[in-house]
Design a protein around this ligand. Structure first.
Ligand SMILES: Cc1cc2nc3c(=O)[nH]c(=O)nc-3n(C[C@H](O)[C@H](O)[C@H](O)COP(=O)(O)O)c2cc1C
Length: 209
């Protein structure tokens, strides 16, 4: 595998926090940017995706992939949906896992599991691998208000170099739709990952009054 190909691999995890549209948009943008995406979906994420977006995914990875490819109308070859206990997936080992991982949206439950290295399913294991390999881990946490426990878990991970990005879109780009708010978050996340994007005008360039 060439280093260029290696660079364009990423792990994306969806958990059961509110904000499924963020995760879906991120997947769409990463695939459009020609990234190989390893997608991990928790059981609760499936419930939230159906509730918030009306998209029902089967528990099986292959069927879920088929539904997502049809929904996004994208290239199937770049997407790998991983099973919850697929311990032979590349994301389960530091010898093969992508160096970048985003959990978007990230529930308080998954935040706690990651902060404590639980590794009880492939999603938690993948995050633990990125931590131990000193890769880039982004958690797009969604809860309100935050308890002291949530804040402590976020601080703990932040001190380890994890980027905590609350799902908190700004309004200074004068959004006209929910899609605009979703794109605001997707743009900030893609910027942190170093993925080129033109979803939202940049501050200071297009917003001078
Ligand atoms: C529609 C819906 C919205 C939810 N929103 C949140 C949320 O914003 N933040 C959160 O931490 N949990 C939220 N939950 C609860 C989580 O889904 C639940 O704690 C679950 O166990 C998380 O598991 P996971 O981290 O494995 O996905 C929500 C659940 C549902 C069904």
């Amino acid at each position: 595998m060439s280093s260029k190909t290696q660079d364009k691999r990423i792990t994306l995890a969806w958990t059961g926090a509110s904000g499924a549209p963020y995760g879906l948009r991120l997947l769409e943008c990463l695939l459009a940017a020609d990234y190989q995406v390893y997608l991990l979906i928790s059981s609760a994420a499936r419930v939230v995706l159906a509730t918030e977006h009306g998209l029902k995914l089967s528990a099986g990875p292959d069927a879920a992939k088929k539904t997502l490819i049809e929904h996004l109308d994208c290239d199937a070859s770049k997407l790998e949906v991983c099973g919850k206990e697929d311990w032979f997936s590349p994301v389960a080992s530091g010898s093969a896992a992508p160096k970048q991982m985003v959990v978007c949206p990230c529930s308080a439950g998954t935040l706690a599991s990651v902060a404590h290295g639980m590794s009880d399913n492939l999603l938690e294991r993948a995050a633990d691998v990125v931590l131990k390999e000193r890769g880039q881990l982004l958690l797009v946490v969604r809860e309100t208000p935050f308890s002291t426990l949530h804040l402590e878990n976020m601080l703990k991970l932040s001190k380890m170099g994890v980027t905590i990005m609350p799902a908190a879109p700004g309004f200074y780009h004068q959004p006209e739709s929910i899609d605009d708010l979703v794109d605001f978050m997707a743009a900030r996340i893609l910027d942190h990952l170093g993925v080129e994007q033109g979803l939202v005008p940049r501050w200071g360039y297009d917003h001078r009054q």
